[in-house]
Design a protein. Structure first.
Length: 241
C-alpha cells in the first residue's frame, strides 16, 4: 500500500499535536485542632505543588477540604495564637485524609509584679531594697544558626536563653500562675518542652521535661527527646519515657 507510510506519519503528527490529558485530582480533607483535640476555626492552609497553589480555611469545627493533584504536596498551616506547621506529603489515592495538630504559641497577658520591701525592725541600718521583676510574657523567635531542613529554616519560640560554649538553652515564658514552654518549629514537626538545648551548629535539639512532639505520625509525650535535623531523609527522633 503506497500511502501507508504517509498515513502513519499523519497519525503520528496528530498524536503529538493532541493536548495531554489532564491529571486526575485527589480530594484531600481533614481537621486542624489543638493538642486537646478541639477544632480550630479560620486556620489558613496553603497547599503548594509544582506550579500551583491552593488556599483554604477551616470551618467552625476545624474541618477543611480541597482538590489537588496526585503528587507531592507541601502543607503550610497558620492560625493566630498558634505555631505554624509545615510538612510534605505524597498523595497517591483518590481520597486522602490529613489531620493537623497545632501547638499554642500565644503570649502571656502583659503585666508586671512589684515586690514590696518587707519592713523589718533593725539596728537602724537601711534594709536593702527589693527590685521589681517583670515577667517574660512574649515569645521571641530565632532561626537555628546554620540549620536548613528541606529548604525550611528551623525556628525556636522562646522567652529567655542562656548560652554556653557548645550549646544554647532556650526557656519559655513566665506567665502568672503557670509557665509556657519554648517551642521548636521545623519542616515536618513541632516540639514543646520545659527547655530546649540546641547544639551550636543547630543540628541536634534536645528537649527536657514535659515533652510534647507532633509530626505526621501523631502526638507523642515523654520526659526527654533528641532530634537530629541533619538527616537528609528527615529528622531522626528519639523520645525518652
Amino acid at each position: 500500500m503506497k500511502n501507508k507510510p504517509l498515513l502513519l506519519l499523519s497519525l503520528s503528527l496528530l498524536l503529538q499535536a493532541a493536548p495531554a490529558a489532564p491529571k486526575r485530582m485527589i480530594r484531600i480533607h481533614g481537621k486542624v485542632s489543638d493538642v486537646r483535640g478541639l477544632g480550630l476555626e479560620n486556620a489558613e492552609i496553603t497547599m503548594s505543588q509544582a506550579g500551583t497553589t491552593t488556599k483554604v480555611e477551616t470551618d467552625e469545627k476545624g474541618n477543611y477540604v480541597a482538590n489537588v493533584k496526585p503528587e507531592i504536596l507541601k502543607l503550610n498551616v497558620v492560625r493566630d495564637g498558634f505555631c505554624p506547621a509545615t510538612e510534605e506529603i505524597t498523595l497517591d489515592k483518590f481520597h486522602s485524609e490529613r489531620n493537623i495538630v497545632l501547638l499554642d504559641c500565644s503570649d502571656c497577658p502583659e503585666m508586671d509584679i512589684d515586690y514590696e520591701p518587707t519592713h523589718i525592725e533593725t539596728d537602724g541600718s537601711a534594709p536593702a531594697p527589693v527590685a521589681s521583676r517583670p515577667f517574660v510574657y512574649k515569645y521571641k523567635t530565632e532561626d537555628l544558626v546554620g540549620q536548613i531542613f528541606n529548604q525550611a529554616v528551623a525556628k525556636v519560640y522562646f522567652g529567655t536563653k542562656t548560652e554556653e560554649q557548645n550549646t544554647i538553652t532556650y526557656h519559655g515564658l513566665d506567665c502568672p500562675g503557670y509557665d509556657k514552654n519554648p517551642v521548636l518549629v521545623f519542616n515536618g514537626g513541632n516540639l514543646s518542652a520545659a527547655k530546649l538545648v540546641v547544639s551550636r551548629e543547630g543540628r541536634v535539639v534536645r528537649g527536657e521535661g514535659n515533652v510534647l512532639f507532633i509530626d505526621k505520625r501523631g502526638t507523642s509525650r515523654g520526659s526527654s527527646i533528641e532530634i537530629d535535623l541533619s538527616h537528609t531523609g528527615g529528622a531522626e527522633v528519639k523520645i525518652g519515657p
